[in-house]
Design a protein around this ligand. Sequence first.
Ligand SMILES: Cc1ncc(COP(=O)(O)O)c(C=O)c1O
Length: 386
Amino acid sequence: MTAQRTIPFGRPWIGDEERRAVEEVLRGDVLAHGPQGKAFEAEFAAVLGEGAHVVSVSSGMAALHLSYYQMGLGPGDEVLVPALTHTATVHAVEIMGARPVFVDCEPRSGNVDVSKMESLITPRTKAIGIVHFLGVPCPMEEIVSLAERHGLHVVEDCALALGTRLKGKHAGLFGDSGCFSFYPVKHITTGEGGMFVTRHKSVAGKVSKARAFGVDRSFSERTIPGMYDVLSLGLNYRMSDINAALGRVQLTRLPEILRRRRANFAFLKDALKGSGNISVLDGGATGEESSCYCLSVVLEGPLGAHRAKAVFKLNEAGIGTSVYYPQPVPRMTYYREKYGYRPEDYRQAARISDQSIALPVGPHLTADDLDYIVTHFKRVIKEVLP
Ligand SMILES: Cc1ncc(COP(=O)(O)O)c(C=O)c1O
């Protein structure tokens, strides 16, 4: 068929304000370590709310890596991680030489199944890593209480969770650290970029040094320019002032971005209800506020085997789709070859990876786009069944 529309899965919302902000940085002499980075951090902390200490970094992966780096994770340690997530959630553990121990997800939201966690804790377990899947908050009270009972750290992957709250508290402020991503299809973008978040001022101070080679004083703290010492190991995970200036403008758009994402999500979920043999991943516990990253529809029963055909037909109609995530991480070649893979341990993660289609809900969608998606989705799921 010929597409009557082109609807991308995600499209950064960049306007003249962003272009002006970036240009202004480029007209000046300070491209890094400058006022934009500091201002972006302060404004981001204000969005998260009371008690947030934040450190801007070069990506979400950098924030995750720094989370485990600052806690001194190493060989012999284990970390519980979700089987259904982006590989970055797991790489951050593996790159420290520790062992990821995968936990299956629960079927309704795709968030980690907390009931499966305790039996996987061993004397070697040091931390629990979770992801607020597609922006639906994990049951953090249960996770934090489990971690406290066993003396474990908690790292929250908030790459899809800007705007996610549970009982009013923002994601990233429940555990030891929260890790945000500003990759282009995320809620806000800085091109590439991320934010490390913690409730502990001392941890933020440590991470701030670790993201900049471990040098003992920042640019502005140096009495003699160029002079510094190194007290610990570090990396270069800084965000430039160009990226930060972009992020500051993007942050002003966040309330409208969230309003539109939530409205688009609710519209599509309602319109697809009763379409038969599908379920929509979502939360539902009281006090949850999802950031509504996308609408992931799981093709159930006989439809389940026809995902590829359905995706092809949707794309052919001009509707951009994605898959969150393409495989349970323990089934990815690197992890499967290293640790083995028992399909019976990850049934729900595999169901979602193999049978779901992620539909767009971003602020770029118009009312006509939404109607178009509904019409064609309903058509396609009828057509793919033999
Ligand atoms: C859940 C999750 N965690 C971490 C990342 C990595 O973030 P970044 O691309 O900013 O490194 C992503 C994807 O981008 C993600 O989806």
